[in-house]
Design a protein around this ligand. Structure first.
Ligand code: F6R
Length: 242
């Protein structure tokens, strides 16, 4: 596991550089997309590179990590809409080449299985962007998740719903209780994992991720087994590293 400690803007540039290098080498690359605060500067940097130096997503495929269950199709916090606004619609990415698990499906288990097949049919994810929850989740694999898990329905912890209330007018009651999420086993099949974490509130999770024993209690620790994992953290998020 490679750990880089730098200011947030530099971390975003490093992540964007890795994505640009991949897309220039392989325009039809498969990108794994995270939502939330952590990747937002990366998406800004990619949009800038699209406008200023012609970085193209026209042939790329995108797979989101997760989706809330039951949010209305036009809800601004539905992750499909977040990804459209944060990156896909700011670049030349055809809408049908970016997919997420279907949190509005009548059969959620079938939707999860279909999502696994879609990722496999695309040849797997080349580069997976990740954030980390304060409780150590990646995607929405909350503590206790099987390290071998696949895309499935999960209950969000109270901690995650409180953390995400900031996207729902500060009202935790508006945060959905369930989600569909890629499993840890699914994420581990991506060829390169790039995790971003900034801020002191992430310091304990980053400490566990890098230095803790591998355990389902801190799901991100499974990344210690990955052959190509890059952890990009600012000084505050790195403050508990030995
Ligand atoms: C979002 C996701 C989550 C977030 C994590 C950190 O698609 O999968 O694991 O990455 O909750 O969220 P932020 O970046 O908002 O602190």
């Amino acid at each position: 596991m490679e750990v880089v400690i730098a200011p947030a803007q530099e971390l975003a540039v490093l992540a964007a550089e890795a994505i640009e290098a991949l897309l220039r080498r392989r325009p039809q690359a498969v990108l794994g997309l995270a939502t939330g605060s952590s990747p937002s500067q990366v998406y800004d940097e990619l949009a800038r590179r699209h406008t200023e130096s012609g970085l193209s997503f026209a042939q790329a495929r995108g797979f989101m990590l997760d989706e809330y269950v039951g949010l209305a199709a036009d809800h601004p916090e539905r992750y499909r809409n977040v990804i459209a606004a944060d990156i896909a619609e700011r670049v030349d990415w055809p809408a049908d080449q970016v997919q997420g698990p279907d949190g509005l499906a009548s059969d959620l288990s079938a939707a999860c299985a279909a999502y696994e097949r879609a990722i496999a049919d695309a040849g797997g994810v080349d580069l997976q962007l990740l954030g980390i929850g304060t409780d150590g989740h990646i995607a929405f694999n909350e503590p206790g998740s099987s390290l071998a898990s696949r895309t499935r329905i999960k209950t969000l912890t109270t901690q995650t719903r409180v953390d995400n209330a900031r996207f729902f007018d500060g009202d935790v009651e508006q945060v959905p209780t369930h989600c569909l999420t890629q499993g840890l086993g699914t994420i581990m099949e991506a060829r390169h994992l790039v995790l971003l974490a900034t801020g002191r509130h992430k310091a304990e999770a980053v400490h566990q991720l890098v230095e803790g024993p591998v355990s389902a209690l801190w799901p991100a620790t499974v990344m210690q087994f990955h052959p190509h994992a890059t952890v990009l953290v600012d000084e505050a998020a790195a403050s508990r590293l030995q």
